[in-house]
Design a protein around this ligand. Structure first.
Ligand code: NAI
Ligand code: MG
Length: 499
């Protein structure tokens, strides 16, 4: 059954939320941008405007920083124990769980991504991270350090919250990335200002309502929407912000780093990728082909860890390429909210043009499109799942982060695995990688030699709140999960007493 309008697929609470006027959360207040300006909220499945959000600027960021600073230094949050913070985080996790279906629908509408993805990844992933990081809130210990200095001294350490944290997230997984970045900061006792991406701010505004409902004191979590050039840049440069967590493109990450230099705020970066998948001749193709295909086509390839470069032993190259192409051709593509949709559109017209531009450049350079390669229809921003062969290492489609359902497949000589590793490592990025093989020896040998923050064996896109996630090289600084994330949001203080 087709709905008259995709919005008809929304449940009553989700439709009610989308249609409501939207505002920034600053302290305990919902406020329009001080300028009064707004940005359109667009449904990527139709290209139609479905709402408006504040187009905030430096003045709004300023107000949010003031609220966050007050909450950090003098509000109830500043006196709370780790146990108290953990309770609030558990409460928020439970409210997210109660609101899961509504949030998934809002996320699917705003990002364009298939509803099932939001149901199985975004919402449970957010709940899990809050629960996991709530556990750390009571376990951020210092140490007693035996000292070698002459005399009689007693030395110990404490970990204090780094302070006010600015969080900038991209449009692909807005709610989940916001929660993943926020949770360790909250566990550590920081206060935050979140700037979601201008293309997809709705789910984080709904999160803001749940934050107040959970009982977080005013100013602990502030949410300010707006463009990167305006609100994002103001947050990155603000002298009242002690740390900035940025997730997005490598290019913008570098701009954030420059902006952060003003007050030398601490910088966390989770940036782009061009992640390799290496398939050896002994791989179990029955599970490898759907695994490899899912690694690039999930979320239309708009995943920082997408496996966008495929290196296959030449003896099985044709079989794997045909299998991955067939998997892509069989996907049900449609509006994210439409029942049965397996792959939705890209997030925006800009992203559509960018992806089609890479495809055009590849074709002009002599690459061969094995499957897909074109836009679908002219309403919404749909691109076919695409497999490209015959790329050369100098082509933009092969080197750069395309962020679309586009896989570059390259054969290698199975007698020379070193060549595959050299090719896999020949990238400015190092975020994620996968190795598909039945050989334990090869799997662990390759895992050791691939330069990336995560290496998956016979799987791809693996995330867990307890497991490190982050990049080598230009894929970023720091790790988003586990205790490494807590460390990032704390200052280590050494205290010594002369006895
Ligand atoms: P972007 O990196 O510019 O945007 C990400 C976030 O940064 C958004 O919230 C945006 O408002 C903000 N931002 C933009 N300019 C800023 C600035 N000067 N200062 C502070 N914040 C700023 O990404 P964009 O333009 O939306 O997408 C472009 C390309 O970036 C994509 O095609 C894709 O290749 C890559 N990208 C990578 C992501 C990843 O997780 N690896 C996520 C999103 C985009
Ligand atoms: Mg949108």
């Amino acid at each position: 059954m087709d709905a008259a309008s995709p919005l008809d697929y929304l449940s009553a609470p989700a439709a009610d939320f989308v249609r409501r006027p939207h505002a920034n959360l600053i302290g305990a207040d919902w406020l329009p941008a001080i300028s009064g300006e707004t940005l359109d909220v667009i449904d990527p499945g139709t290209g139609e405007i479905v709402g408006h959000i504040p187009a905030s600027s430096a003045a709004d960021i300023d107000a949010a920083v003031t609220a966050a600073r007050a909450a950090l230094e003098s509000g109830p949050w500043s006196r709370m124990t780790g146990q108290d913070r953990a309770r609030l985080m558990w409460k928020l996790a439970s409210l997210l769980g109660d609101t899961a279906e509504e949030l998934a629908q809002i996320e699917s509408l705003d990002t364009g991504r298939a509803l099932y993805e939001c149901q199985i990844v975004d919402i449970p992933g957010s709940v899990n991270m809050l629960e996991y990081m709530a556990g750390w809130a009571t376990k951020i210990n210092g140490e007693t350090i035996p000292l070698g200095a002459p005399g009689d001294f007693h030395g110990y350490t404490t970990r204090e919250p780094v302070g006010v944290v600015g969080i900038i997230v991209p449009w692909n997984y807005p709610l989940e990335l916001a929660v993943w970045r926020m949770a360790p900061a909250l566990a550590a006792g920081c206060t935050v200002i979140l700037k979601p991406a201008e293309q997809t701010s709705l789910s984080t505004l709904r999160l803001g309502e749940l934050v107040l409902q959970a009982g977080f004191p005013p100013g602990v979590i502030n949410i300010v929407t707006g463009t990167g050039e305006s609100a994002g840049a103001a947050l990155a440069a603000h002298d009242g912000v002690d740390a900035i967590s940025f997730t997005g493109s490598t290019e913008t990450g570098k701009a954030v780093l420059h902006a952060a230099a003003g007050n030398l705020k601490r910088v966390f970066l989770e940036l782009g990728g061009k992640s390799p998948q290496i398939v050896l001749a002994d791989a179990d193709l029955h599970s490898t082909i759907p695994g490899v295909a899912g690694a690039i086509f999930f979320s239309s390839g708009q995943v920082c860890t997408a496996g966008s470069r495929l290196f296959v032993d030449k003896r099985i190259f044709d079989r794997v390429v045909e299998g991955v192409a067939a998997y892509g051709n069989a996907l049900t593509i449609g509006h994210g909210l439409k029942p049965g949709t397996q792959m939705g559109p890209l997030v925006s017209g800009t992203q559509l043009d960018r992806v089609l531009g890479y495809l055009e450049g590849g074709r002009r350079g002599g690459a061969h499109v094995e499957s897909g390669g074109a836009r679908i229809g002219n309403a919404g921003y749909f691109v076919q799942p695409t497999v490209v062969t015959g790329t050369t290492p100098d082509m933009a489609i092969y080197r750069e982060e395309v962020f679309g359902p586009v896989l570059c497949a390259v054969p290698f000589d199975g007698d020379d695995i070193n060549a595959a590793i050299t090719a896999a490592n020949d990238s400015i990025y190092g975020l994620h990688a996968s190795i598909w093989t039945r050989s334990l020896r090869h799997a662990h040998d390759l895992a050791r030699r691939i330069k990336s923050g995560n290496v998956c064996i016979n799987t791809h896109n693996f995330f867990d709140p307890a497991f490190p996630m982050g990049g080598y090289k230009q894929s970023g600084w720091g790790r988003a999960s586990g205790f490494a994330a807590i460390e990032h949001y704390t200052e280590l203080k050494g205290i010594v007493a002369r006895l």
